[in-house]
Design a protein around this ligand. Structure first.
Ligand SMILES: Cc1cc2nc3c(=O)[nH]c(=O)nc-3n(C[C@H](O)[C@H](O)[C@H](O)COP(=O)(O)O)c2cc1C
Length: 350
C-alpha cells in the first residue's frame, strides 16, 4: 500500500478546497527543512534522459505543476522536493482578489476529475512579486498572469503589464492566461485583436520567455488565429490546455452539474489532441496539460508534440509520488521504444 492510500480517504473526507489548504500548509511547513530533503531523495528521479531544454531553460525532468495549485507562490521549493521539474505559480492578477464564494472546487471522484470556479483568488501582483524574489527553487518557476476581474478587455493590456512589472524579477518564464473560464469575458480575451494587444504590451515590457495558455473550448479557427499570432509575434511557447466548460456525456459524478472548469481524466484525450493540433502548426515548445496522471498519458502528450507536461488534478487523485511514478515510467517507455531521451520522443507521432 502506498502512503497516499491512507492519507487520501482522510483528505477526501474534507471539502476539496479545505483538503488542498491542508496539503499546502503541510508543504509550506516542511519547505526548507530536512523533511523536504528526505522528500527530494524519495521523489526525485535523477536521470539525464529526462532533461529537456526549452525556451532558454533546462528542466531536469518534463513533469511540472500546473497553474492554480500554488496560486500565491508560497510553496515552489516544496514542489521541487516532490520531484517535479518545474512549477507554474499563479494565476496572478494586478490586484488581490478574493475569488468566488465557496464552495468553488468540487471533486468528481467517479470520474477522477475536478470542477472549479475559484475565480482567480490570489494575493495580487505586489505581494506575490515580493514573495517570488525570495523563492529559491532548484527548478524553473513560471508565472501565470491573468486579468483582474473588474478590468474590461480594452484596459486588459495595461492590467497584464502591471502584473508583469511586479513579478518580472522572480519568474523564469511567463504564461499569459487568456483562457480561464471562471473569469468574466474570457472569450473576448482570446479573440485575435485582444490577444495581440495583450501579448504586444507584454513584449514591450520585456516579458520573456513568453508563452500563451489556450482553452480547449476555442473553436478551431480561433486556435489557428492564436497560433498565427504565436508565430508572428515570435512567442516562446504554448500551454495547451486550460479547463473546459464542456461536460462530456461520460461523466458519472453528481458534482458534474456544478458550474466551472472541468479538469482531470475526462479532458485527457481532448487536451492531447490539442497538443497535437498546436505542435503541427507552430515551431515553439508546447507544454501539454490536461488529465496527465500516468506515465503512459504523459508519454502520449510528449509523442503528440509536448516538450513538457503539467498536471494539477492528477496530484489530487494520485498523491505526492506522482512525479516520481511518471518519470520512472517514462524512462521505461522511452527504452521500450528505443528513444535515448525525452527530447528524442517529442513529436514522434506527428
Ligand atoms: C482548482 C484549480 C485552479 C486552477 N487555477 C488556474 C489558474 O489560476 N490559471 C490557469 O491558467 N489555470 C488554472 N487551472 C487549470 C490548470 O492549470 C490546468 O490547465 C487544468 O486543470 C488541466 O490540468 P489537469 O487536468 O492536470 O488538472 C486551475 C485548475 C484547478 C483544478
Amino acid at each position: 500500500m502506498r502512503p497516499y492510500d491512507i492519507a487520501k480517504p482522510l483528505l477526501f473526507a474534507l471539502p476539496a478546497e479545505t483538503a488542498n489548504r491542508s496539503v499546502h500548509r503541510l508543504l509550506a511547513a516542511v519547505d526548507g527543512t530536512r523533511v523536504a530533503d528526505a522528500m527530494a531523495d524519495r521523489y526525485t528521479v535523477a536521470d539525464d534522459r529526462l532533461a529537456v531544454e526549452a525556451f532558454g531553460h533546462t528542466f531536469d525532468n518534463p513533469v511540472g505543476v500546473a497553474a492554480g495549485f500554488d496560486k500565491n507562490a508560497t510553496i515552489p521549493g516544496a514542489l521541487a522536493s516532490l520531484g517535479f521539474g518545474f512549477a507554474e505559480v499563479g494565476g496572478v492578477t494586478a490586484e488581490p482578489q478574493a475569488g468566488n464564494a465557496r464552495p468553488r472546487m468540487f471533486r468528481l471522484k467517479e470520474d477522477e476529475a475536478i470542477i472549479n470556479r475559484m475565480g482567480l483568488n490570489n494575493d495580487g501582483a505586489i505581494v506575490i512579486g515580493e514573495r517570488l524574489k525570495n523563492v529559491d527553487a532548484p527548478f524553473p518557476v513560471g508565472v501565470n498572469i491573468a486579468k483582474t476581474e473588474h478590468v474590461g478587455t480594452d484596459e486588459a493590456p495595461e492590467d497584464y503589464r502591471t502584473t508583469y512589472d511586479h513579478v518580472a524579477e522572480g519568474g523564469d518564464f511567463f504564461v499569459v492566461n487568456v483562457s480561464c473560464p471562471n473569469s468574466e469575458g474570457f472569450e473576448e480575451l482570446q479573440n485575435r485583436d485582444a490577444m495581440e494587444a495583450i501579448l504586444g504590451e507584454l513584449q514591450d515590457a520585456g516579458a520573456a520567455p513568453l508563452l500563451v495558455k489556450l482553452s480547449p473550448d476555442l473553436p478551431e479557427p480561433a486556435v489557428e488565429d492564436a497560433l498565427d499570432l504565436v508565430t508572428e509575434l515570435d512567442l516562446d511557447g504554448v500551454v495547451a490546455t486550460n479547463t473546459t466548460t464542456e461536460r462530456p456525456a461520460s461523466l458519472r459524478s453528481p458534482n458534474a452539474v456544478e458550474t466551472g472548469g472541468l479538469s482531470g481524466k475526462p479532458i485527457e484525450n481532448e487536451a492531447t489532441e490539442m497538443v497535437r493540433f498546436v505542435a503541427e502548426r507552430v515551431d515553439v515548445p508546447v507544454v501539454g496539460v490536461g488529465g496527465v496522471s500516468t506515465p503512459e498519458g504523459a508519454y502520449r502528450k510528449i509523442r503528440a508534440g509536448a516538450s513538457l507536461v503539467q498536471l494539477y488534478t492528477g496530484l489530487v487523485y494520485r498523491g505526492p509520488s506522482i512525479a516520481r511514478e511518471i518519470n520512472e515510467g517514462l524512462l521505461d517507455l522511452l527504452a521500450e521504444d528505443g528513444f535515448d531521451s525525452v527530447e528524442d520522443a517529442v513529436g514522434a507521432d506527428l
